[in-house]
Each structure stands twice: as C-alpha cells, then as structure tokens.
Design a protein around this ligand. Structure first.
Ligand code: PEP
Ligand code: MG
Length: 755
C-alpha cells in the first residue's frame, strides 16, 4: 500500500485507541487522524446515518473542524449518500466530476480531487460512511479499499456498542441502529403480539476483531472450515433432515459453497489483513448481505442467502456458540424472528412464552406457517431483511391481521397496540365464558360447529372452545413435521392419541393431502409446471397405493372399537372415489382376516374441492357417507386463481355469487339425498361468510379453534328465517359480491349481530 503502514498495523493502532480512556468524540477524532495517516490521505471523515435518515459529519481530519455535527445531508444526497444507499465502496480520482457530487462550502472540500468512501456496515445494515480524500488526482488500489473497509468494521462496532449515542443531537432520533422501523409482509396468522425479539438463529456478536497472531487465526479459520464441511457431508450422508427441516438440495448447495474458491479466498485475505478468524467471516458476510439487499434476481438472492447461512455456521463454529437457540432459553413475551424455519423447530419452543413469529421468507402456505396457525401464534411472513434489521431483545410488535411488524416502537404505538391486544383478549375471555352455550340460532336452528386440526398440539383446542368434533384433521401436517416418513406403527400411535384426546367427539381424518404446495422433505416429487393442478392428494394415493393403504391400515387399527371417519382429498370423479373405497375395503378385509379388533363403524366421505364434482353430484351422493366442502381449493379452481399468489388470491370474494350459488346447489342436493355435508374451508370461520352459508342451507361448519367463539356468537344472534330471503333474493337476481356484502353487513347491524 502506497506509503501506508499496512492494515495489520492500522488495526493494532485502532485497538489501542479504542482502549484509551477518552471521550467518544476524542476517540473518534483520534481514529480519523490515524486512518488519514495510515492511508496517506489529507482527509479522513466519518458520516453517521441518523434515525431521521440524514447523514451527519461526526468527525474529520482535514476538512474544516467547524463542519463537524453541522454538515448533514439526506441519505440520497451526494457521494456519501450514494455509498450509504448502495452499501458499496466508491473510488474516484476526480470526485467533483461525478454527477452525484454535492458541494458543501462549510467543509472546504473543494481542494480535494480524489475520493474513496466505504459504507460502515453491520450485519448488512448501513450505519454510516467512512471517507478519505486526497488533494492530488489519484486512484486508490484494491488493498487501500480493503484497508478502509476493515477500519469501517471497527467503526461499526463502535457505533453498535452505543459509544457514540451521547453525541447525537436531540430530535434526530440518534444513530440509525436503534431507530423505529415499520415493515410490512404477508399476514399469515392473525392476532397481535407485543414482546421482544428472539432470533431463532442467534447472530454471533464478534467483539474480538483484531488478531494477536495472524498465522494462528489463519489456522483457526482453516480448522473451522474443515469441521463445517465435515458436518455438512455427514448430514448429506445420513440422508435425514436436520433441525430446520433442511432439504437435501439445500445441503448440496451448502456443500458446493463450502468448497467455493472465491469465497474461501476472500475469507483468507480478510484474516491476512489482521482480523481474527471470526471478524474475517463477519466482514465477508457483511459484504454478502449488502449484495443481497441489492440483488433482485430471486435465484441469485437464494444463493446469497445460502452463502450467508454458511457464514453464520462458520461463525458459530468459531465461537463455539449454538447455531440455534435452545428452546428452553426462551424469555417471556418472545417474538421469534427467523429467516426461515422448519415446522418441527417451531414446535420445540415453549408455546406459552411465544407472542409471535416473523419470517423473512415463508409464505402463507409454508410448513412453518401451517404450524404457527395450528398453534395460534400471530405470524407475519415475507418481511424483507428483518433478521439483519433487528437485535435480540429489541422491542417489537407484530400485527398478524395487517401483516405488519413494528421494530423499536415508541411509547404511543406500544400503548395503542397494547390496548388492541387487551380488547382482543377480553373478547376471547367472553368466548371462553360462553363456550357451553349451544350453537343455536334465535329461531332454533342448530349448527354443528367443528374444529380443524392437524397436530396433536391442536387437539386440546377442541375442549377449550367446546367444538362438536374435529371436522377436518389434516393428516399431512403430521407428516410434514416428521423427519422421515412415519411407519404404519408410528402413524397408528399418532391417530390413537388424537382419538383419545377427542374422547367421545367424532374425528374426521383426511388422508394425505400432499403435493402442490405441501411438500414432504423426504418424499421426492418431480418439479411440476402447475403443482396445484398436478400430482397431489388422492392422485398420489391412487398411483402409490402402498402409501394410502398404509395410512388406511393405521387408521383402522387406531380406531378399534370406535367410530372411524375418513375423508378423501381432491376427488375429481366418482370413479376415483370408488378406487379409494376398494383400497379401504381391502384393508378392512385384511384386518378382519388377521383377527384384529375392528372399528365399530367406518364412514368414508369426500372433500368437494374440484368443480367437476358439482356436475357429478347425483352419482357421487349415492356413493359417499358424507361430503365436506373444501372452499379454499374449490374457490381456487372455480375462479382459476392461485390461492398462494398474493397478487390474485384476494381478487375474488367468499361472497361471490357464483361460489354461493354452487354451494346452495350442493346443500340442496345433499339434503335431498340425506347425505351430511360440512364446509371446512377458511370462509366457514368468518362470521359474515358463515352467516351467508347458513342462509344457503349449510348446517355444519369446521374451522380453526380460534374462530369457533366468534362464529357461535354470530349464530346465537341470528334469525335464519330473516337472512335466508335476503341471500336467496340476491342470488336469484343480478348481484355483485360487494353489493351482497353490504346487504349482509346492514342486516347484521340492524339485528345486533357482531361480526
Ligand atoms: C380446502 O381446500 O378448503 C381445505 C379445507 O383443504 P386445505 O386448505 O387443506 O387444502
Ligand atoms: Mg384443499
């Protein structure tokens, strides 16, 4: 490096300054002098990003001293703003010729031609900008850029440690690190949670930055890389999934990166510049995160995420800290924040302490989302960069209804959300008190309110809300959280436990509804263009009868001496139902031949979620013991709208006349054929839609536990004889979903029905 003393010496000197007993401003002043001397630059300045998005000059060597704490610029202004925004170094031999150059007369910088600035990054978050300038026009070498980046790393630690907070001017919100942030994502499970951030994969905080012995650090790094590679190889060889439900593909990518030369070279270079092994990894990881924030290509983002994960593993390896938080270490009022998480991992946390879950990835149908809903945890997904924007222990509010997250909220916001949470809790308390009241309308119509479940942990909800039974048990969720395909004996045990918790209340088990978005990590399926229309549910069951038969066998055995109800997903033709019935008959025969105890009765029904069945109802109704309308999928196929695609999934309403007419038709046909019919999609759990369904003639609804109370309250205030004519007249005429909605809301208001 041109005349400088090299990064190692710089780092050592910086460490000495950090240890001196001086004020934060004096320390900063000495640091800029040191860097300027080391870089043989006439100017070295530090700009800090404030919570109000302004960059403020905090210290300088070379520019006019009066400008310190006076010169500010917007974070999108000037060369410094450009570096802050792009989180990328900028090196110019003629700074004033750059279009973004913004002249600040009070600094006296017009005499300096060349400019080198680097972002001050911490875990991908930009905290400020570090700049050196020279009078002569010159270009800075790669080593010089790296030396300045290393110095910026030390600066980042200083900022993060809060040393400089005392220098912040009142009213500016302080350094950006601790500012309030509102982020939005996708609403996955409703509810409001107030608490403190717990990172699912705690970040290692590297405090030991400067190496005492560079060679020893290089050896530590090599050893950690070796160990990490070996552990990934082991995971792949075992062929099982690890803690977070990682798939083999992910691990294979990890392995590829663990041998990536470019990445390893950058790590080694960082160590050779005088950083400790862990600081070197963090430095490279910071670069990766900064790139990640800029990258819009989903494939490249995924790869950068992989690199980021790998760096985290390495950091944990080097510091000997656990990669995932031990579930028992959870504090009270925890809001778990994770990039992504396997469903089994969530189950390991103590539910009573969890107030919410925020995911960087993970749409509404990701497995962990399914589990979060089952556990009733407020959850927001697809919150970009959240894991790098929060610190463990930060105050946080999650609004699962709006899909919003508030980080480090002010007192006002905390109070207003606290109030909303209390009102909600009050309502829940009322539902609990009313749980023994019958689900009977004012004019005496009895409605069966059943509950949807998918895990053993859901089951106590049945008694908590006093539902009449389990109208839909999604068995695939049991499979999704299992590390390997559960054998018949394991399945039998699970089903028996579920029946035992249900006691005398009926349970309707749906056979495996996998495929589409529900992927089992250990069950390989082909990539399909249109998975929702592809090889899924009963189609897999009939094509791979061993899988379905094993499940039927386990169900028959588990329900010995009880009533057994089985339901088939995604049936599209009566012939498919017949084929599945034949498999069931074979299993019953087998059990009888083996002399096993039999269920007292077996009822076999079908989900109605494929529209073709609407036009095959006569044939279907002669075959089935019951029908359950899967309105989530029925709507998806009726309107040709992907239920997981946020762009289109809210385009059609539960109250769309075409859907309601179809449902009215099914209710009438089933009643005539005396075949019981239930609806178990999401709309059954919304009081307004449920009111319309009752008007259409449906008398049985199955919903998640949390919805039973509100729907029952609506039912107890409802007069069916009054609402039916309104809905019938609307559907017989020319009505829109919006108009019908308005009519029903008016009706509810006029009749004192709380929706
Ligand atoms: C449905 O499709 O409405 C349904 C209840 O099944 P799932 O949501 O599990 O697809
Ligand atoms: Mg479905």
């Amino acid at each position: 490096m041109r005349g400088g003393v090299g990064p190692r010496v710089l780092l050592r000197r910086l460490r000495e300054v950090m240890a001196e007993p001086v004020t934060p401003q004096e320390r900063l002043d000495r640091i800029v002098v040191l860097i300027a001397a080391n870089m043989v630059a006439e100017v070295c300045s530090v700009y800090v990003l404030r919570a109000d998005s302004m960059l403020e000059l905090y210290a300088t060597e070379g520019l006019k001293r009066e400008a310190v704490h006076q010169t500010t610029m917007r974070s999108d202004e000037g060369l410094v703003g450009l570096i802050a925004r792009d989180a990328r170094p900028l090196s110019l031999s003629d700074a004033q010729a750059h279009p973004a150059f913004a002249y600040r007369p009070e600094t006296g910088e017009e005499i300096y031609a060349s400019f080198l600035g680097v972002p001050i990054l911490r875990a991908g978050d930009t905290l400020g900008v570090l700049v050196v300038q020279n009078r002569a026009s010159r270009s800075y070498s790669e080593e010089e850029v790296e030396a300045l980046e290393t110095a910026a790393m030390v600066m980042a630690e200083m900022l993060a440690a809060g040393d400089l907070e005392t220098l912040a001017k009142p009213g500016t919100g302080g350094i950006a690190l601790r500012r309030y942030l509102a982020l939005s994502g996708r609403a996955i499970n409703d509810g409001i949670g107030l608490g403190h951030v717990v990172l699912h994969e705690p970040r290692v905080v590297v405090t030991n930055i400067v190496a005492d012995d560079v060679e020893a650090e290089a050896r530590r790094l090599d050893l950690a890389i070796e160990t990490m590679r070996a552990s990934i190889d082991d995971l792949i060889d075992q062929g099982t999934v690890s803690h977070a439900g990682e798939h083999r593909d992910v691990l294979e990518t990890f392995r590829m990166f663990a041998y990536d030369r470019g990445w390893l070279k950058r790590l080694r270079e960082a160590v050779m510049s005088g950083l400790t092994a862990e600081a070197a990894v963090e430095r490279v990881q910071s670069d990766t995160r900064a790139k990640l924030l800029r990258q819009t290509d989903p494939y490249l983002r995924e790869r950068l995420h992989d690199l980021d994960d790998l760096a985290s593993r390495l950091l944990h390896q080097l510091t000997g800290s656990a990669f995932t938080l031990h579930a028992s270490e959870l504090p009270e009022n925890a809001i778990l924040v994770a990039r992504t998480m396997g469903p089994a991992a969530l189950l390991e946390y103590q539910r009573s302490k969890l107030r919410g879950l925020v995911l960087e990835e993970g749409g509404a149908t990701s497995h962990v989302a399914v589990v979060a809903r089952a556990l009733g945890i407020p959850c927001v997904g697809e919150v970009e960069s959240i894991t790098s924007l929060v610190q463990p222990g930060d105050a946080i509010i999650i609004d699962g209804n709006a899909g919003e997250v508030h980080i480090r909220p002010g007192a006002d916001l905390q109070a207003s959300f606290g109030e909303r949470a209390r009102i909600r809790a009050g309502r829940q308390e009322q539902y609990r008190r009313d749980k023994h009241l019958p689900a009977l309308t004012k004019d005496g119509v009895k409605i069966d309110l059943l509950m949807n479940a998918g895990l053993l942990v859901d089951m106590p909800g049945l008694h908590d809300v006093n539902a009449a039974g389990i109208g839909l048990f999604r068995t695939e969720i049991l499979f999704m959280v299992a590390p390997t395909l559960p054998r018949a004996s394991t399945q039998e045990g699970l089903y028996r436990s579920i029946l035992s918790v249900a006691g005398s209340r009926p349970v309707t088990f749906r056979t495996l509804d996998i495929g589409g978005d529900k992927v089992l990590p250990y069950f390989r399926t082909l990539d399909e263009e249109n998975p929702a229309l592809g090889w899924r549910a009963i189609r897999i069951g009939l094509d791979r009868p061993a899988l379905l038969r094993t499940q039927l066998r386990a169900l028959i055995a588990a329900a010995a001496d009880r009533d057994l109800r089985i339901m088939l997903p995604m049936i599209a033709t009566p012939a498919e139902f017949d084929a599945a019935r034949a498999l069931l008959d074979r299993e019953r025969l087998r059990a009888r031949k083996l002399g096993q105890a039999q269920p007292k009765t077996i009822k076999l029904g079908t989900m109605l979620e494929v529209p073709s069945l609407l036009f095959d109802l006569d044939a279907l109704l002669t075959r089935v013991d019951f029908i359950s309308i899967g309105s989530n999928d029925l709507m998806q196929f009726l309107f040709a709208v992907d239920r997981d695609n946020a762009r289109v999934s809210t385009r059609y309403d539960d109250l769309s006349p075409s859907l309601l007419r179809a449902l009215r038709f099914v209710a009438a046909k089933s009643a005539k054929a005396r075949v019981p019919v239930t609806l178990c999609g999401e709309m059954g759990g919304k009081p307004l839609s449920a009111m319309a369904l009752i008007a259409l003639g449906l008398r049985s609804l199955s919903m998640s536990a949390g919805r039973v109370g509100p729907v029952k309250a609506m039912i107890r205030a409802l007069d069916v004889s009054k609402v039916k004519p309104i809905v019938d007249a609307a559907l017989d005429g020319d009505v829109t979903a919006d108009a019908l909605k308005e009519q029903l809301i008016d009706f509810a208001e006029a009749n004192g029905i709380v929706l």
